[in-house]
Design a protein around this ligand. Structure first.
Ligand SMILES: Nc1ncnc2c1ncn2[C@@H]1O[C@H](COP(=O)(O)OP(=O)(O)OP(=O)(O)O)[C@@H](O)[C@H]1O
Length: 544
C-alpha cells in the first residue's frame, strides 16, 4: 500500500527519510527544551540563581529558534505533500477511470465517487497531522527515558498507569476502527441514493412520495453512519478522559506522597511533574491524531483496493493507444463472436456479421434480445469472450483490435452529448454548417471553436447534434442505436430517404438498430436479434 501511495504522491525515498528524520529532530528539540527548563529550575531551587545565565539564555533562544525553523520547514513540506496527495490521487483515479473498461466503471461508479470526495479528504487530513504525530511520539518516548533517569520508582508507577491506559486505548481503538469502517462502508449506498435523487429530480418533483421514500432510506443510512461515527468518537473521548484523570491522579500522588512514601527529593519530584505536564500536550496530540489516522488508513485501504482493481483491468491499455488512427476500411467480418455478462447471465453469440464499405445494415429485435449488447461487443466496449474479427480480410489480433474500434462512430440510445467536440481536433466548419442545415438545426445551434453554441435543446434535437458530432469525427462506420426513435415522422422519413443516401454518397457506412419497419427497404441487409442470436432476414418486407 505504501508503495502505491509513494507512486501517487511522487514522493521519493530520500524525501520520506528526510521528513521522518526532521520530525524526529523536532521531537528531540522539543524534549531538549524541557531538559533545559528543568536544569534551570533545579539551579534556582538549589542556588537561588542561575549560574552561567548567558549560556542558558543563548541555549534557550537557540532551541526555540531551531524548533520553530524546523516546524516551519516541515509544516511547509507537509502542506505541499498533502496537496500533492489531494490532487495527484484525484488525477490518477480519473486517468484510470478514463482507461477502464465500461463494465468496470459501472461497477465502481459509486466507489470512485466516494473515494474522490470523502477518502481523498481523509488521506489529506491524516497527512497534515503526520509531523506532529511523529514528533510527539519521539518527544513522549524521550520523556519516558528522562523520567526513569529522574526517579526510577516514580517512573515504574507512571509506566504501569500509562501502560494500562494505552492498553485500554488500543482495545478501544480496535472497536472504533470497526465502527469507522462500518460508517465508511455505508458511503457507497449514500452516494448511490444521492445519485438517484439527482437523476430523478423530475420524477420526484411530480410524485413527492418518491422523494419521501428516498429521504427515509437516506435518513436510515445517515442515522446508521452517524451512530457508528459517534460511537467511535465517544469511545475515543471516554478513554481520553479516563487517561487524563489517571494522569492528574498520578501528579497528585507525586505531590503528596513521592517524598514520604518513595523518598524522592523535592527537586526530583518537581522536575518529574514538569516533565509530566510537558508531556500532556503531545499525548493529547497523539490521542487526537489516532482517530484521524484511523480514518486515513480506512480510506487508504479503499483507495488501494480501487487502484489495484483498476490497474489490473487497465493493464496493457493506455490512452494514447486509444487515439484513433485513420484506418483503411473496406470490409469487416465478425466470426463466431461471443460475449456473456457472466456465469448464468445473458450472453450473445456466436455472432457472424459482415459489414462492407458503403452498406446500410439494419438490426431489429425485441426488448432485451441483445441488440445493445451486440453493439457494445462489436465496438469492443465489452471484450468478446470468443470469436475472430477480420479487417479487410486480415485477421485482427489483440493489439490491432484498436484499429477495429477506431472505425466506428456511435450514437448510443443513452448517448451523452458533450458541449465541446473533444474527439475532433479541428472541426471542418463548412461541413459542420452543412450538417446543421441538413439536420434542420442551423437555426438553433452554431458551431464555433469546436463547441456547440448550446446543447439546451429537445431530446430529438440533441440526438441530431450527437449524430453531427459522430459524422464530424470522420470515422467510416456510423453506428446508431434506435437513433430515429425520437425524431418526428417527417424528419424520420427525411432521415431514411434522404440523409442516409447522402451519407453513403459521402463515404459512410451505416450500422443501425431500428424498429422503423417502414424503412427496412433502405437497408442492404437486415438482421433480427433473437435471444442473443443474430439471424439474417433474407426477404425484406416493408409496410409502406
Ligand atoms: N450490465 C449487465 N449485466 C448483466 N446483464 C445485463 C447487463 N446489461 C444488460 N443485461 C441483460 O442483457 C440482456 C440484453 O440487453 P440489451 O440491452 O442488449 O437488450 P436490447 O436488445 O438492446 O434491449 P432494448 O431493445 O430494450 O434496448 C437483457 O436481458 C439484460 O437484462
Amino acid at each position: 500500500m505504501l508503495k502505491k501511495i509513494k507512486t501517487l504522491t511522487k514522493i521519493s525515498n530520500v524525501e520520506i527519510i528526510a521528513y521522518s528524520l526532521l520530525s524526529m529532530i523536532l521531537g528531540i528539540t522539543s524534549f531538549s527544551f524541557v531538559i533545559l527548563l528543568n536544569s534551570m529550575i533545579e539551579l534556582l531551587l538549589i542556588n537561588g540563581y542561575i549560574e552561567r545565565e548567558s549560556f542558558y539564555l543563548m541555549t534557550f533562544i537557540g532551541i526555540i529558534a531551531l524548533f520553530f525553523t524546523l516546524k516551519r520547514v516541515l509544516s511547509g513540506g507537509i502542506i505541499n505533500l498533502s496537496q500533492e496527495i489531494y490532487w495527484n490521487v484525484r488525477k490518477t483515479i480519473i486517468n484510470q477511470v478514463l482507461k477502464a473498461p465500461l463494465r468496470k466503471i459501472i461497477e465502481n461508479k459509486d466507489q470512485v465517487y466516494s473515494i474522490l470526495t470523502r477518502d481523498v479528504g481523509n488521506i489529506t487530513s491524516g497527512s497534515l497531522l503526520l509531523i506532529d504525530f511523529v514528533s510527539s511520539i519521539v518527544l513522549v518516548s524521550c520523556c519516558f527515558f528522562y523520567m526513569a533517569y529522574i526517579s526510577l520508582s516514580l517512573f515504574l508507577i507512571s509506566f504501569t498507569i500509562i501502560f494500562i491506559t494505552v492498553g485500554i486505548y488500543l482495545i478501544r481503538n480496535k472497536k472504533s476502527h470497526e465502527k469507522f469502517n462500518n460508517s465508511r462502508n455505508l458511503e457507497k449506498s449514500f452516494i448511490r441514493l444521492f445519485n438517484s435523487i439527482l437523476n430523478g429530480t423530475k420524477e420526484i418533483n411530480l410524485n413527492p412520495i418518491i422523494g419521501q421514500k428516498l429521504s427515509a432510506k437516506i435518513g436510515n443510512i445517515i442515522n446508521n453512519a452517524r451512530s457508528h461515527d459517534k460511537g467511535a468518537l465517544i469511545g475515543y473521548l471516554n478513554t481520553q478522559v479516563m487517561g487524563q484523570i489517571l494522569f492528574y491522579f498520578l501528579i497528585t500522588f507525586i505531590v503528596f506522597y513521592s517524598s514520604s512514601l518513595l523518598k524522592v527529593s523535592i527537586e526530583s519530584s518537581i522536575s518529574y511533574i514538569i516533565v509530566l505536564m510537558y508531556m500532556l500536550g503531545p499525548i493529547g496530540m497523539i490521542m487526537t491524531a489516532v482517530p484521524v489516522m484511523n480514518k486515513t488508513f480506512i480510506s487508504l485501504n479503499k483507495l488501494n483496493n480501487l487502484m489495484t482493481e483498476l490497474e489490473i483491468v487497465n493493464k496493457n491499455v493506455n490512452v494514447e493507444e486509444r487515439v484513433s488512427k485513420q484506418v483503411e476500411f473496406n470490409k469487416l467480418e465478425f466470426e463466431n463472436y461471443c460475449f456473456s455478462y457472466g456465469k448464468d447471465q445473458f450472453s450473445i453469440g456466436p455472432i457472424n456479421l459482415n459489414i462492407n464499405k458503403g452498406e446500410v445494415v439494419f438490426i431489429y429485435g425485441g426488448n432485451g434480445s441483445g441488440k445493445t449488447t451486440l453493439f457494445n461487443t462489436i465496438l469492443n466496449i465489452y471484450h468478446p469472450n470468443k470469436g475472430k474479427v477480420k479487417l479487410n480480410d486480415e485477421l485482427c489480433n489483440l493489439e490491432n483490435l484498436i484499429n477495429v474500434k477506431s472505425l466506428f462512430s456511435p450514437v448510443f440510445s443513452d448517448f451523452y452529448l458533450f458541449e465541446e467536440m473533444y474527439g475532433i481536433d479541428n472541426v471542418d466548419t463548412k461541413r459542420a454548417q452543412e450538417y446543421l442545415r441538413i439536420f434542420e438545426i442551423d437555426k438553433n445551434v452554431t458551431i464555433l471553436n469546436n463547441k456547440f453554441s448550446t446543447i439546451d435543446l429537445s431530446v430529438g434535437q440533441r440526438k441530431r447534434l450527437a449524430l453531427i458530432n459522430a459524422l464530424l469525427e470522420n470515422k467510416p462506420i456510423i453506428v446508431l442505436d434506435e437513433w430515429a426513435a425520437d425524431q418526428d415522422p417527417i424528419f424520420r422519413q427525411k432521415f431514411y430517404k434522404k440523409i442516409i443516401p447522402y451519407l453513403l454518397k459521402n463515404g459512410f457506412t451505416i450500422l443501425a438498430v431500428t424498429h422503423d419497419d417502414k424503412y427496412y427497404n433502405c437497408a442492404d441487409r437486415l438482421y433480427k436479434m433473437e435471444y442473443g442470436h443474430l439471424i439474417e432476414v433474407k426477404e425484406i418486407v416493408t409496410l409502406n
